[in-house]
Write a protein that binds this ligand. Structure first.
Ligand SMILES: Cc1ncc(C[n+]2csc(CCOP(=O)(O)OP(=O)(O)O)c2C)c(N)n1
Length: 662
């Protein structure tokens, strides 16, 4: 319930928050005061009256989640976290946006205590919040023996910019369809963006749009009315059937002489305007960076106390439940730890006489994993039957069956990847998402956010080259591996056979801070004699050794091209050229090895090193002077004809080696 019983105190607190934001941004001479000043009453109402979280333990699994989708209003979030007792001191606020500070330009998960999600790329915060709300429902259903073990709200604050981004529509459409009634999105509607008035580029009826997407919509006319905002949140919490949007009409840069205009969106107010806003508008006559004790006390008596009590009660419930259900509790703690290594027991049978597409091996292994890991959940963007993310006899995750672990994300790749981020930010689940490699472009920014947030996301990307055939160049990936490999902290693994495919999955499952993209073929791959799950952990290894002491040349290959390289090796042997073939499923892991290991695998000068991959050559020149790849778009034809057109044969590779080393 709202407890905005003392309007005078509310006013003082909101003024203190606004004044601190002005000071923080003025001192940094950088930042975005517009939304911070406009939506201060929203954050005040939310943190004081509603949000349940323990600032003494910001990782408590059953806390309410809060995502500032409009990450540029970070000064406001940091100020709130400071007031609520998180590990952000006044000195941290004073070093806003400075090198090495705890208060970077936009909120960064794992960097600042209390920040539940990295945000700043507009729209992605909403998309991640949807994933968090899904995770809450999924986890709650996974432990039916204790009602309320997981039961919390997910709040998100967005601006006009977030709702203009296409990703927001994917996100709200999925949330509405999934009836995520514990998701509450608050919209700071100030009708101004960076370049000017919103109506220059946006005229849709947001309310109708959300209603059409199966949301409940509330509206607060006066963004300074703390009580009205708080009451709207109360009502949203009571909503049983749908997620809720609360539109709050605010004034950008409230208090500034430039309020209501884009001039206050992203420039500091400066000393004069700042002082005027504080004194004349907020009636707040205190030195810079001063917050009165009564304001701290408001948060001590509300947010802090409420969070501590809730956390203590939860711990008591957990202990009692643990005593009665030790096995369930063990699973719960394991799920939260994210460490599944003890669960990976069974081995997948691999057939040495029958080639198998790596997407199929992946699908078979995933089915096994679903049996072994009760908290693994995932799905695809409507290509489950093609990427093999279908679980035989699996239950779909729906409003009626929240225990389902098959997620139908719909054809919403960007949201799918962002929702996975949200699920991982929430914790307690192992996740994977899948689509065709060529559409990884749609997910790029979410993958980048996962990598930056150090989330162990798993992407299954199938149809990994022109060898997918008939669908043609729109569906044939070329530059995509180069793109994925270029993102820092993303492990791209392209397995060469069924064994490496299982190995890739295990690496992905054991990763704690790195997203993994597993690149899967549509065509069959034979089980290669010397492929190794153990060796591939080093990113690259010798899969087919030279005959003599030192090879004449080294061929590095990935995925389906490893088999091709081994065939070329045989052709070259007939010509008395002694070749080593290196399988390099992961350039990321290989680059992490020490120099001694790297030199033991690639032991020749670059002139004698060749790389082969049926995609862009971009990036391979780091290891090899000669690269056989494809730097144009593909073609629509049966796979064998497409491959023939690009002359992707062992004969060409052998000739390339022979011509070069002669
Ligand atoms: C994807 C993305 N595009 C562009 C930006 C740059 N940007 C930051 S804030 C902003 C305007 C946002 O407008 P609004 O949400 O109304 O925020 P307000 O002006 O109220 O602060 C833009 C374009 C961004 N952060 N993310």
């Amino acid at each position: 319930m709202s407890n905005s019983a003392n309007p005078k105190l509310d006013e003082l607190a909101v003024s203190a928050i606004r004044s601190t934001c002005i000071d923080v941004i003025n001192k940094a001479n950088s930042g975005h005061p517009g939304m911070a000043l406009g939506s201060a009453p929203i954050m005040y109402a939310l943190f004081k009256d509603h949000l349940i979280s323990d600032s003494a333990d910001s990782t408590w699994i059953n806390r309410d989640r809060f995502v500032l989708s409009a990450g540029h209003a970070s000064s406001l979030l940091y100020t709130m976290l400071h007031l609520c007792g998180y590990k952000i001191s006044m000195d941290d606020l004073k070093s806003f946006r400075q090198l090495g500070s705890l208060t970077p330009g936009h909120p960064e998960y794992r960097h600042t205590d209390g920040v539940d999600a990295t945000s700043g790329p507009l729209g992605q915060g909403i998309a991640q919040a949807v994933g968090m709300a899904m995770a809450e429902q999924a986890m709650a259903a996974q432990y039916p023996s204790q009602k309320g073990l997981i039961s919390h709200y997910t709040y998100c604050l967005c601006g006009d910019g977030c709702l203009q981004e296409g990703i927001s529509q994917e996100a709200i459409s999925l949330a509405g369809h999934q009836k995520l009634n514990k998701l509450i999105l608050i919209y700071d509607a100030n009708d101004v963006t960076l370049d000017g008035k919103l109506d220059m580029s946006f005229s849709e009826d947001v309310k109708l749009r959300f209603l059409a997407s199966e949301w409940n919509v509330r509206e607060v006319k006066d963004g300074n009315d703390v009580e009205a905002i708080s009451k709207a949140i109360d009502k949203a919490k009571d909503e049983k059937g749908f997620p809720t949007l609360i539109i709050v009409h605010t004034t950008i840069g409230y208090g500034s002489e430039k309020q209501g205009t884009n001039k206050v969106h992203g420039s500091p107010l400066g000393v004069e305007d700042g002082a005027h806003a504080k004194v004349a508008i907020y009636h707040y006559e205190h030195p810079d960076f001063y917050i009165p004790d009564e304001v701290y006390k408001i948060f001590q008596d509300s947010f802090v106390k409420r969070g501590q009590i809730a956390h203590d009660n939860w711990q008591k419930t957990f202990k009692e439940w643990e005593n009665k259900n030790p096995l369930d509790a063990k699973r719960f703690l394991l799920a939260i730890s994210g460490d599944v290594s003890s669960l990976l027991k069974e081995e997948l049978p691999l057939d040495k006489d029958k080639p198998e597409a790596s997407r199929n091996t992946s699908g078979r292994y995933l089915n096994l994993l679903h049996k072994e890991i009760p908290f693994i959940i995932g799905g695809s963007a409507d290509v489950a039957g093609s990427v093999m993310t279908k679980i035989d006899g699996g239950i779909n995750f729906t409003k009626e069956t929240r225990n389902g672990r098959n997620v139908n994300f719909g054809i919403r790749e960007f949201e799918m990847a962002s929702a996975q981020n949200g699920m991982l930010l929430h914790g307690g689940l192992k996740t994977y998402v899948g689509c065709f490699l060529v559409f990884s472009d749609y997910m790029k920014s979410a993958i980048r956010t996962a990598a930056l947030s150090k989330l162990p996301a798993i992407y299954l990307f199938s149809h990994d080259s022109i060898a997918l055939g008939e669908d043609g160049p729109t569906h044939q990936p070329i530059e995509h591996l180069a793109m994925l490999r270029s993102i820092p902290n993303v492990d791209v693994i392209r397995p060469c056979d069924p064994r490496e495919t299982v190995g890739a999955w295990n690496i992905a499952l054991e990763s704690k801070y790195t997203p993994t993209a597993i690149i899967l073929s549509r065509q069959g791959l034979p089980l290669l004699a010397n492929s190794s799950m153990e060796e591939m952990k080093k990113g690259a290894y010798i899969i087919s050794k030279e005959k003599g002491k030192t090879p004449d040349a080294i061929i590095i290959a990935t995925g389906s091209e490893v088999g091709l390289a081994i065939k070329a090796q045989a052709l070259l042997a007939d010509k008395n050229v002694d070749v080593r073939v290196v399988s390099m499923p992961s350039t990321f892991l290989f680059d992490e090895q020490d120099e001694k290991y790297r030199k033991s695998i690639i032991s020749l000068k670059k002139e004698k090193v060749f790389a082969v991959e049926m995609l862009s050559t971009f990036g391979w020149y780091k290891y090899a002077d000669t690269v056989m790849g494809i730097d144009t778009f593909g073609t629509s034809a049966p796979a064998k004809d497409a491959i023939k057109k690009f002359d992707f044969t062992e004969q060409r590779l052998a000739k390339m080696v022979l011509d070069t080393i002669k």
